[in-house]
Design a protein around this ligand. Sequence first.
Ligand code: GDG
Length: 493
Amino acid sequence: AGSDRPATTADAATGTDETVPESTDETDTRPITVDEPTGGLTAGLDPVLQQAAGTWIAWGDGDADFDVTDEHDCVAVPPNDPSYTLQRIALSDEAIDSYYYGFSNRVLWPLCHGFTDLVETRSNDFEWYRTVNERFAEAVREHATADSVVWLQDYHFALASQMIRDRVPQSTTVAQFWHIPWPTSTTFQHCPAGRTLLEGLLGNDLLGFHVDRYAERFLDCVHRYLPAADVDWDRRTVTSGEQTTRVVATPMGIDAESYDQDARSVSASQRSSLFDRYDIARENVIGLGVDRLDYTKGIPERLAAVERFLEWNPSSHGEFTFVQTATPSRTDIPAYERYGEFVRSEVERINQRFGTQAWNPIVYTEDYLSAAELCALYRRADLMIVSPLVDGMNLVAQEYVASSVDGDGMLLLSQGTGAHETLGSHALTIDPTDTDGVARQLERALSLSPAERHLRMNTLRKRVFDGNLEWWMTAQFDWIRRVRNETLRDDAT
Ligand code: GDG
C-alpha cells in the first residue's frame, strides 16, 4: 500500500477491466472489479506473485461502514487465469483519515523529507497507524508459513515488521523497502514515537533504501536513539536481541523497455493532440515538468527559474513553452491545498507578466494524462526540469530518459533526488533553491551542441536501462535470499 493512489484491488491485480463474479462467501456478496495495473511497482510485483502463487495484501477505501477489525476481501487474480491471491483490507473513513492522511502523510512524509515545520500531530493518528499496522500483521499471520517471504512496501508500515515477526515462525523472512528518504538524526529527533518506529523497523531481516545516504542515516538514528542495539557499520547490520537486520541501498528503476517502446509507437497525431489541447505552437521549444502536486517537488522554485530565464531572454518569448503537469494528491491535507493554490497563482502571475494573446509561457494542467499521452510528451519535450527539494528516488526523471528515443532530450536534475546519484554525472545538475543557477542551466541546456546532447542522453539511457525495474527486483530478491540463508545457517548452529 505504498502508492499515492492507494493500493486497492484496482492497483494490485492484473487483467483488463474485468469484473470478478460475486464471491460465494455468504458474508461478502459485493462484486469486485479488477483493473489492469498502470506500471511501476505493480508491474514488477505482479509476475513475482504469479510465479510464487503468493498473496498480495493491500488496503482499499472499501465500504464506509467497515472498521479495521476483521473484514476483508480475498480474490484470486488474474480473474481469467488465477495464480495468486489478492486480499484487500477495508479501512473505515476514520481509519484512512488518521492512518493515511494522518500519521503517514502529516507526520512521516514531511519529517522524512525534512519539512519539520509541516509536521502535524493530531490525537489518535498514531493509534490508528498502530492499529492498521497490526491489522496487516494479523492478515500476514493468516498466510505466512515457515518458508514464506513477506515483503512490505514503504513508510505506511513502520511498525508492521516487528508485529509480523512476533506472529510468524522464526524462519519466515521479513523484508521492507522504504521508498522515501530517511532523514538525518537531527531531524529524526522530532519524530513522534521515533524509538517505537525504529524498533518496529528492526523486525525486518532486510531493510532497503534507494541510496547509501538514507541507509547510513538510518543506522545513525539506530545508533543514537536505540543504544541497546548493536550497529555493525561495515556490514550494515543492526543486531537487537535475537534479531539481525541488514540495511541495503538498491535504487529503484523503471520498466525502461516499455517506456522506450511506447515512445517509439506514439503516433504523430497523438503527439500533436496535446499541442492542440493546450494550444501550444507546434514548432516551439518545449520544457517539461511532471509531478504529483506535492510540496517536496519544487514546482514554485522551477517556475521562478523559468521566469528568470524569460527575463534574461526576451528572444525566447513566443518560442519557448514550459509545460507543467501537476496531479493533485492528498488534497485533504491543508498543506497540499495551500501549495496547490500557490502554484496556480504563480502560473497565472508569470503568464500575465509575459504572455501575449497568441502565447503563454507556461501551460499548466492538473489533468491525469494517459500513459500514452505522458510518453508522447516525454518524447517531444526538448528538456525536462526535475527539481524536487528532496525526493527519495524520482521515477519521472528515468521515464523521461527512457522515452527520449531520439537521444536529444536534456535533463536538468536536482541534487536533492535519489536519482541524482545514478544520473547526476550526465544530467545538468541543479540546486532548485538557486533561481539564477537553474535559469543558467536552462540557458546552457538550450545551447548545447547536438553532439553533446546525444552523448549525455545516450549515457543516461544506458544507466536507466541497466538499472531498470527488473534489475531492482532481482537485487532485492538476491538480498532476501542471502539474509534468508544467513538466518537458516544461524538457526542450524
Ligand atoms: C515515491 C517517492 C520514489 C505523474 N503524473 C502522471 C503520472 N505520474 C506518475 C509518473 C511516475 C509517478 O507518477 C511519480 O513517481 P515519482 O517517483 O516521481 O514520485 P512519487 O509519487 O513521490 O513516488 C519517490 C517513488 O516513490 C518510487 O520509490 O521514486 O521518490 O516519493 O511514475 O509517471 N502518470 C500518468 N499520468 C500523469 O498525469 N500516467
